[in-house]
Structure formats: structure tokens, C-alpha cells
Design a protein around this ligand. Structure first.
Ligand code: ADP
Ligand code: MG
Ligand code: ZN
Length: 619
């Protein structure tokens, strides 16, 4: 994709150019013109030439003397001395006393350079200024604003125009997201062959809104539409409309649609539209500028004739915050969800990006996809790049499986800490903690298999972690599975308690996650007997972390807190029971992990089975 930007210089730019030209003229050219034929000499030269009678014309000024030689070829200049006899001597030498015109330049040229040129420069400057102001006024802004704008050098508010180029992004570059691609493909086809649709009486949808979590490829999809449609593509970010001065945003919207109408058929893409499309409300001190901009956008979207072939695409990760007026049919009448990729989607995305780097033939991308649940397209692109970087760092010509696995950990937990200071005792505690998680997970049915356990500290602050990976993507979780998850979170602390009789601060993250899950079970999933199927919490910002707010009385809140604590406590007890019944396994695997620092899921299961068998034999 090639980006073309119309060059638009600010007033400041012209101003500086004009000043520079004047300065150059003043410093170098004017003095040069004046003194073209004068040669500065000492007083002795004048005396000598007088003696030799080699004197032509002479002019004695107040502070200097100009004179020529006999042939009047060269004009000399010298300072004045206290020499009262000079006039007589000059007269004797046959000098011709008269005023000497030094400037041999024609008066016309002199007039042009010293008067007309500067005037012309200033005239040009004024004309540019006038045009800019006039343009701003046509755009509807007050001239005062435009002046500030021009001089500030931030006057260029035009949408960037993307034109198709040889390396343009196509739908093939966007992996997964089949539903989104299908919906967009229809728009592309309409732009190619409107007749087919007009025959049956269908009109082109005016706008399509791409919504989904960050990094899922919304911007990428819009660029792919531009690449496929082979029509002009205007791209502007919502935040670019938000200006310091009221009215500027609206002017920009008008300008954008004017350009689009001229270039139809074309596509207008407004990225991060929530910056201007936010729900209007009656709060005091509302944002006037934003509302004006939104109103202008609404008007423009109504105003143009969609049969001309202008399609508006927009992207946001906060669809619920958008103004309802923006979403009604006739404006953004097509909403295209772009969700986090599932297992096959992740593999496809990895494949697309792995094509750009050199990989060893035995790299198993399916496995990488399995070990990265919840990763967005952007995360996956990052994982592939990190793998390539690691390969280079280790002097390899191609990325191998290990590079990919390490880069997932890097993206999840940060880089390995090079010289983390951890005492042996601490390392032992971390080993027991992590094996505690892993054992509780493995010894309950219905929990995801352990993939890897490591106690290498990471830059994110994690001292170690246990990676569990489901064999398939899960969209539904049962109550048992959720309870088991909470038990697994408490497994680390339980192991510390059982083995060392004390506990550390290392469980803070586990505690947070366990509590959040327990709370959600009660307030959102209706999994508590007392509250049954009552919604006690609503979630906003589903795509951005999912903040939730309570919708219940303070008394109920107290009850919820109590129920949450009880739920977590019960699972904690369960985890402790499981571990205390399997102490030999806990000791054995923790020692093994302490020595090796990282063990795989298979090694873990093997060790577990071995110790269990031994225990059976002894019994
Ligand atoms: P957003 O949804 O936040 O606009 P982007 O479109 O900017 O996300 O995606 C960021 C990057 O992530 C892209 O440049 C691309 O490299 C990668 N990416 C995201 N989704 C996909 C996908 N479905 N296929 C291939 N690459 C993707
Ligand atoms: Mg984006
Ligand atoms: Zn833990």
C-alpha cells in the first residue's frame, strides 16, 4: 500500500523562505553590486600615483577619496589623511576634479533588484496568506482560527489517500475472520460491478462498522478491502477530527466527504471512530467540539447518494459507547464483528506470518496455536517476529520450534531475567508452588492438561508459572470446570503451606484470579444457590478488559462478598486435601523441577504416574 499525501505547506514555511531570500540578497548581493569596481588601496598609492602623474579623475569626499588612473580604467578608494597640500599636488599632476559614479550597473537593474524584487516577494507572501485564509473561511471556520492554524503549521487536515500498489494488502493476507471477509467481499463486488446489484434493485450498504478487541485485524481488513476494490481509499483516524478549536473537526468531516464525492466510487475508512462517535449525553461541560463533529458526520452520511458508490468503513473496539444515531440503518447499517481468533484461526494467522520468515521444516504451527489461547492476531504476529529475532540472536539461519515456544513465553510473561537474584530457599519455594498448581490441576478430572512448568524468573515479575493448555477451544465452561480452576489457582499456596508451614507473597496473582472467577460465578453466571439466576453485575467494555459494575443494593454486596470468600475457601481446602494425599509426588516432582528449572507436560505426567505406582506397590 502506498500512501500519497498532498503536500500542503504552512504559512510559516513561506514566511521563512521569503526572509531567507531577503537575507541572502542583503548580505551577499547588494554590497557586491555596489562595490563592483572599487579597489581599496593605501594612502601611499595615491601619493605614488600623484607623483607619477598617473591620475585621472578625483573626488574628495568627507571621509574618503575616490580616484582613477590616467586611463580611467579602475576606481580606487582610500581613507583621508591630514594632508593640506594634496589638492595642489593633484592639480599639478593634472587631475580632473569631479564626482565619480562608481555604480556602472544600469539604473534599471538597480531599481529592479533594490525595489521591485522585495516588493514582489512581500506581495507573493501576502497572496499566499490571503488564499489560506480564504480557504479556511470556505471550510466554515472563523478566520481567526485559520490564522492560528496556518501559522502554527498544523493546517493540513486532509485524509490520507491510499492508492493501490503492487504490494497492496489483499484478503489473502488476513487469515481467519472468514465471516468478516465474506461481508466485506460483497461490498468490494458491488464497487466492481454495481449493475448486477442495481438490476435487482438492491442498494449498496452505506457503511460497515468493524468492531472487536484490539489487534484482531480491523485496520488490516479495511486495508485489504482497499487493496481488492481498486478504488481510491481515504483513511483517517477518528482522533484526527478532534481539534483544539470548535468547528475544525466539523470542517474536516465536510472536507473529507467533499473529496470522497469527487472521487466516487471510493471507500472512506474512519479508524477508531469512538473518538468522535461517542454517545452524546447531557453531562455538564460536554465536549462541544466532539458533538459538532459527530453531528456533521451524521449529516454527511445522510447527505450523500450511495448509488454513487461511496462506502464508509469504520473500526472501533468500543461499539457499545457509540451514539445510537450512528448505528441506525442508513448509516452504519452493517456491523461486522471481528473476534479473537479460534484455534484454526490462530494457526492460519501464524501460517500467514511465518511465511515472511525462514522457518525450519519441522516447526509445528498447530502446536504453537494450541499453546497460545486468547492471543490476538497482533500477538501472533509478534510471536512469529520474536521467534525470528531469537533465531538470529542464537546464530541460526531459520527459526526452530524452540524459538517459537520461547517467544510465546516472552509475549505472555516477558523476557527471561538474566541475573535474577533468587536464593536456593526461594527457588525451592517457587518449585513447590508451581508443582502445587500442576498437581491440583492434574489430579482433578475436567481440567486442562499441564503443558509446561518453569521456575525461570521473567521480566514481568513472574517467578515461575504452570502452563495449562486445552486440547480444543472452549466457549462454554461448566460449573465443575470453573470450581476446578479456582482450586488450581489455590494449589500453589496450598503446597507452600503443607511443605513449609508458612506462606509467601508469591500467590498474589493467583488470589486475584481466583477471586475474580468466584465473583463472576456468583454475580454473572448464576452459579450460586442463594442468588440463583439474578444478574448482579453488568459488563461494559467487553472488548477492552471487561469492566463490570455492580447493580445491587449494598446489603446484597455484603452477601456477595461473603459468598465469594466462602467459595474460594472451599476450593482452597479441596486443593490442600488433594495435595496432602499426594505428598510423595509433590516432593519428587518439586525436587526434579528445582534441578531442571523447566519440565514439559509429558515429563510431569510420567513422574506422577511413577510415584503413584510406587505408592500402590508399597500399600
Ligand atoms: P486492530 O484490530 O486493532 O485494528 P490491526 O488490524 O492493526 O488490529 O492488526 C495489527 C496487526 O496484527 C496487523 O498488522 C497484522 O500483522 C496482525 N494481524 C491481526 N489480525 C490478523 C489476521 N487475521 N491475519 C493476519 N494478521 C493479523
Ligand atoms: Mg486498528
Ligand atoms: Zn501461583
Amino acid at each position: 500500500m502506498q500512501e500519497m499525501k498532498t503536500p500542503k505547506k504552512s504559512l510559516l514555511y513561506y514566511c521563512i523562505i521569503a526572509l531567507l531570500v531577503l537575507a541572502v540578497l542583503n548580505i551577499f548581493v547588494f554590497p557586491l553590486l555596489q562595490d563592483m569596481n572599487i579597489q581599496d588601496v593605501g594612502y601611499n598609492v595615491l601619493m605614488q600615483m600623484t607623483e607619477q602623474k598617473n591620475i585621472g579623475q578625483v573626488e574628495i569626499k568627507d571621509d574618503e577619496i575616490l580616484f582613477t588612473d590616467r586611463e580611467n580604467k579602475q576606481v580606487y578608494r582610500t581613507g583621508k589623511m591630514d594632508d593640506p597640500d594634496l589638492t595642489n599636488r593633484l592639480y599639478a599632476a593634472g587631475a580632473d576634479f569631479r564626482s565619480i559614479t562608481v555604480n556602472e550597473m544600469s539604473p534599471l537593474v538597480y531599481f529592479l533588484i533594490s525595489f521591485v524584487l522585495p516588493t514582489a516577494l512581500f506581495g507573493l507572501f501576502g497572496w499566499v496568506l490571503y488564499r489560506q485564509i480564504k480557504k479556511r473561511m470556505n471550510d466554515g471556520a472563523s478566520p481567526m482560527n485559520s490564522l492560528t492554524f496556518g501559522l502554527g503549521g498544523m493546517g493540513s487536515g486532509n485524509a490520507k489517500v491510499y492508492v493501490k500498489s503492487a504490494d497492496g494488502i489483499k484478503f489473502a493476507d488476513v487469515a481467519g475472520e472468514e465471516e468478516a471477509k465474506d461481508l466485506l467481499r460483497e461490498i468490494v463486488e458491488f464497487l466492481h460491478d454495481p449493475g448486477k446489484y442495481k438490476e435487482i434493485g438492491a442498494t449498496l450498504p452505506k457503511g460497515a462498522l468493524l468492531s472487536g478487541p484490539p489487534g484482531t485485524g480491523k485496520t488490516l481488513l479495511a486495508k485489504a478491502v482497499a487493496g481488492e476494490a481498486e478504488v481510491p481509499f481515504f483513511s483517517i483516524s477518528g482522533s484526527e477530527f478532534v481539534e483544539m478549536f470548535v468547528g475544525m473537526g466539523a470542517a474536516k468531516v465536510r472536507d473529507l466527504f467533499k473529496q470522497a464525492n469527487d472521487k466516487a466510487p471510493c471507500i472512506v475508512f474512519i479508524d477508531e471512530i469512538d473518538a468522535i462517535g461517542k454517545r452524546r449525553d447531557n453531562t455538564l461541560g460536554g465536549n462541544d467540539e466532539r458533538e459538532q463533529t459527530l453531528n456533521q458526520l451524521l449529516t454527511e452520511m445522510d447527505g450523500f447518494d450511495s448509488s454513487k458508490g461511496v462506502v464508509i468503513l469504520a473500526a472501533t473496539n468500543r461499539p457499545e459507547a457509540l451514539d445510537p444515531a450512528l448505528l441506525r440503518p442508513g448509516r452504519f447499517d452493517r456491523r461486522i464483528p471481528v473476534e479473537l481468533p479460534d484455534l484454526t484461526g490462530r494457526e492460519a494467522i501464524l501460517r500467514v506470518h511465518a511465511k515472511k520468515i525462514k522457518t525450519a521444516p519441522d516447526v509445528d504451527l498447530a502446536k504453537i496455536a494450541r499453546t497460545s489461547p486468547g492471543a490476538s492476531g497482533a500477538d501472533l504476529a509478534n510471536i512469529v517476529n520474536e521467534a525470528a529475532l531469537r533465531a538470529v540472536r542464537n546464530g541460526r539461519k531459520a527459526a526452530i520450534q524452540e524459538d517459537f515456544e520461547e517467544s510465546i513465553e516472552t509475549v505472555i510473561a516477558g523476557y527471561r531475567k538474566k541475573n535474577a537474584i533468587m536464593s536456593d530457599k526461594e527457588k525451592m519455594i517457587v518449585a513447590y508452588h508451581e508443582v502445587g498448581h500442576a498437581l491440583v490441576a492434574a489430579l482433578q478430572s475436567h481440567s486442562a492438561p499441564v503443558e509446561k512448568i518453569t521456575i525461570i524468573p521473567r521480566t514481568s515479575g513472574a517467578l515461575g508459572y504452570t502452563m495449562q493448555v486445552d486440547t480444543a477451544d472452549k466457549t462454554l465452561l461448566t460449573k465443575t470446570e470453573l470450581l476446578n480452576k479456582i482450586a488450581t489457582f489455590t494449589g500453589g499456596r496450598s503446597a507452600e503451606e503443607l511443605v513449609f508451614g508458612d506462606y509467601t507473597t508469591g500467590a498474589s496473582n493467583d488470589i486475584e484470579q481466583a477471586t475474580r472467577l468466584a465473583r463472576a460465578m456468583i454475580t454473572r453466571y448464576g452459579m450460586d444457590e442463594d442468588f440463583d439466576m439474578t444478574a448482579l453485575e453488568t459488563v461494559s467494555n467487553a472488548y477492552l478488559g471487561g469492566d463490570s459494575s455492580l447493580v445491587c443494593s449494598p446489603e446484597t454486596q455484603t452477601q456477595i462478598d461473603k459468598a465469594t470468600a466462602e467459595l474460594v475457601k472451599k476450593q482452597h481446602e479441596k486443593a490442600k486435601t488433594i495435595l496432602s494425599e499426594n505428598m510423595p509426588s509433590l516432593h519428587r516432582i518439586a525436587k526434579f523441577l528445582y534441578e531442571k528449572e523447566t519440565i514439559s507436560g509429558e515429563e510431569f505426567m510420567e513422574l506422577l504416574k511413577e510415584t503413584e505406582k510406587k505408592a500402590e506397590n508399597r500399600a
